[in-house]
Ligand binder design. Structure first.
Ligand code: CO
Length: 475
């Protein structure tokens, strides 16, 4: 019988995100390393371009909720996964935390991440202000690792286009990253708002304009993601992110299995064995009951139709609803949706991604309840002051003047790179944590999470227990 299969001339490369973004998106980042180990070797044999195993919220949840030393996960997995590169998500100057750190912390963190086995660093900044990823990028390159420059995908018009987020915005941003030495460029659609035809246009334009491989990251949230991938693949995207089925869909990534199946026998076939993936799914199904409690199941629909209507990220909608519930004003949600759009425009149309999405959302609620900018959050003042970086569009100077009036951190917006205004932090952290830190890793972890790492280190070294034992001996 004649073989009808075309030889894949340009196979799509696949990054597996099951061990990071998958469980971060739908199981509150609670997956334990012990549940990854049993399938680690088999995952390594699948032929993924990379596996995302660390970064994002994992560092935070591992030490706060899982009693795992965050530095250990890549080290443990590396024993089983020897061929597939490890990827991590790095929030630029925010690293894996929620505020900007000084350059000395950033450099120490990148060095340590390289040492524990991270190969590919996906670096992004919430405002797409790449001065906030400069220090990481340089250090990653110095370590000889892969710097993936990332553009956050955002919209103002419901579709690609308009004054801010048009094709030339993305092309210019991608070129900026290429100039910074990016080994690959990633478009990161954290809210799942990239439509299939916009994906086609975007990828086509970028493939024409940039020389390094193009990576697409999207979430299934609105239900468009698998279609967006297919059109992106047709337009020539090089790499996409997926998860194994039990950790896919909903607000996570598209599932890998249907994509592999759909491309079988075509020139862009992934070259991944579908049956191998199905075996891995069985393992994940066996551990799933443990994590099911974290799954949002208040609705039958596994897609978030509100995202289609407002392009407001799912996570942000739940924050807004929470805030309104607390203030007994849930009936004003529609007004808030409109105000989010206005506040965002006032703030120079930033992409709605952490932490900016929360800052804009919280202020929009106050604007509706107390009058526009009658009360202003500190975070919004910092944003206007330029401490998060440069917004895509300028903020009206009169409005900035009103918001910053009498603000103790400054009344005149800064124009420099935000980290240039920060003092070195490592030595201070070393002094503050004292003997509780037994190695550099402990100090660095403490510099990242000063509020919670002390407690973790106490339990890591059993300090409290020993103290109480000593006390018993004395009495
Ligand atoms: Co993501």
């Amino acid at each position: 019988m004649k073989n009808l299969n075309k030889i894949p001339t340009n196979p799509i490369k696949i990054q597996d995100n099951t061990f990071r973004d998958g469980h971060q998106s739908i199981y509150a980042t609670r997956m334990k390393t012990e549940d990854m180990v049993p399938i680690a070797e088999e995952m390594d044999n699948c032929g993924f371009w990379a596996m995302e195993v660390w970064g994002g919220a994992t560092f935070d949840t591992m030490h706060r909720f899982l009693e795992e030393d965050p530095w250990m996960r890549p080290r443990i997995l590396k024993k089983y996964i020897r061929k597939t590169p490890f990827s991590m998500l790095l929030r630029g100057q925010n690293l894996v935390g929620y505020n900007h750190y000084a350059d000395d912390v950033v450099r120490a963190f990148v060095d340590k991440s390289c040492e524990i086995g991270i190969d590919v660093f996906r670096c992004f900044d919430a405002l797409n202000d790449f001065r906030n990823i400069e220090t990481c990028a340089e250090r990653i390159k110095d370590n000889g690792k892969h710097f993936q420059g990332t553009v956050c995908y955002s919209l103002t018009e419901g579709r690609l286009g308009g004054e801010v987020y048009n094709l030339s915005y993305y092309v210019l941003k991608a070129k900026e990253l290429e100039k910074m030495g990016a080994d690959t460029v990633c478009i990161k659609d954290m809210s799942g708002i990239l439509s299939p035809y916009d994906a086609y246009d975007l990828v086509s334009a970028l493939k024409k304009e940039i020389g390094v491989p193009l990576h697409l990251h999207t979430h299934y949230t609105s239900g468009m993601a698998s279609m967006a991938y297919l059109k992106a693949i047709e337009a020539g995207v090089d790499i996409i992110d997926t998860c194994l089925a039990p950790f896919a869909l909903r607000t996570s990534m598209p599932a890998v299995e249907p994509i592999v199946a759909a491309l079988q026998g075509r020139e862009r076939a992934a070259g991944i064995d579908l049956h191998k993936l199905l075996e891995l799914d069985e393992h994940l199904e066996s551990v799933a009951p443990k994590y099911k409690q974290y799954l949002a199941d208040h609705k039958l629909s596994i897609i978030d139709t509100a995202v289609l209507a407002h392009q407001i990220p799912g996570g942000m909608i739940s924050n807004l609803t929470g805030q309104l519930k607390e203030m007994k004003a849930l009936n004003r949600l529609e007004e808030i949706y409109e105000e989010v759009e206005k506040t965002r425009k006032d703030m120079g149309c930033p992409p709605l991604v952490t932490p900016v999405s929360q800052i804009v959302g919280a202020q929009a609620v106050w604007n509706v309840l107390f009058g526009r900018y009658a009360k202003v959050t500190y975070q919004l003042k910092d944003l206007v002051l330029g401490l998060y970086g440069k917004t895509p569009m300028p903020i009206d100077s009169q409005l900035a003047g009103t918001i910053l009036k009498n603000y103790k951190r400054g009344q005149e917006p800064i124009t420099g790179r935000p980290a240039d205004y920060l003092e070195p932090e490592m030595e201070k952290a070393r002094k503050r944590i004292g003997d509780l830190a037994r190695c550099d890793e402990d100090v660095l972890a403490y510099a990242l999470f000063p509020a919670t790492m002390g407690k973790f280190l106490q339990s890591k070294y059993g300090v409290n227990k020993r103290e109480s034992a000593d006390a018993e001996n004395i009495t």
